[in-house]
Design a protein around this ligand. Structure first.
Ligand code: ZN
Ligand code: ZN
Ligand code: ZN
Length: 179
């Protein structure tokens, strides 16, 4: 008869080995199932959770683990566009609390997409690109939105696309040749 603590130690070790084997078996089964699912999907296509169509696998983006995403590329980009519009509008409402959103030279203010943030000093980053990549969490205090607002108020001039282009190109067209 082993001393009680030794037998306990032995049993614990056996238990750990047993659990280890179970985990390996389980992993193998899951791996096997994944391979089968992947083979079927490669042949018959994959079901998109959003449009509910079964589409060829190359119409899906791949995740890091090599598997397809749950929604197809088209549904994914549609969803992204929708979110982009939502956060852009939210940002406009926010910015409008601090500044008149219009071209500072001609007053144009019909379409936000036709307005540029021209950096008066050195351009550190693209405001437009940051606005394109806003998410829900950008709106929390001291988040991206606060940073962007500060940058716009301190270092930028809002110009419409025409006035902006004019600002950077000093050449004005002549329509008639002077004699
Ligand atoms: Zn879809
Ligand atoms: Zn303008
Ligand atoms: Zn500029």
């Amino acid at each position: 008869m082993l001393p009680i603590y030794l037998s306990l130690k032995k049993r614990t070790r056996e238990y750990i080995v047993k659990i280890g084997i179970q985990q390996i078996r389980m992993a193998n089964t899951i791996q096997g199932q994944r391979t089968v699912v992947k083979d079927i999907e490669d042949k018959e296509g994959r079901h998109c959770k959003t449009c509910r169509k079964t589409l060829s696998v190359d119409l899906f983006y791949k995740r890091k683990n090599g598997r397809c995403e749950l929604v197809c590329k088209k549904c994914r980009s549609r969803k992204r566009d929708k979110e982009h519009r939502k956060y852009k509008q939210k940002f406009i409402y926010h910015l409008a609390n601090f500044i008149d959103i219009k071209c500072s030279r001609c007053g144009y203010n019909r379409n936000f997409s036709a307005l540029d943030f021209h950096h008066k000093g050195k351009k550190t980053y693209s405001i437009a690109r940051e606005i394109r990549n806003l998410t829900q969490s950008s709106f929390k205090e001291n988040g991206k939105v606060d940073l962007l607002t500060e940058e716009i108020l301190n270092n930028c001039e809002i110009l419409c696309a025409n006035c902006h282009r004019e600002h950077h190109t000093k050449y004005f067209m002549k329509l008639k040749k002077k004699d």
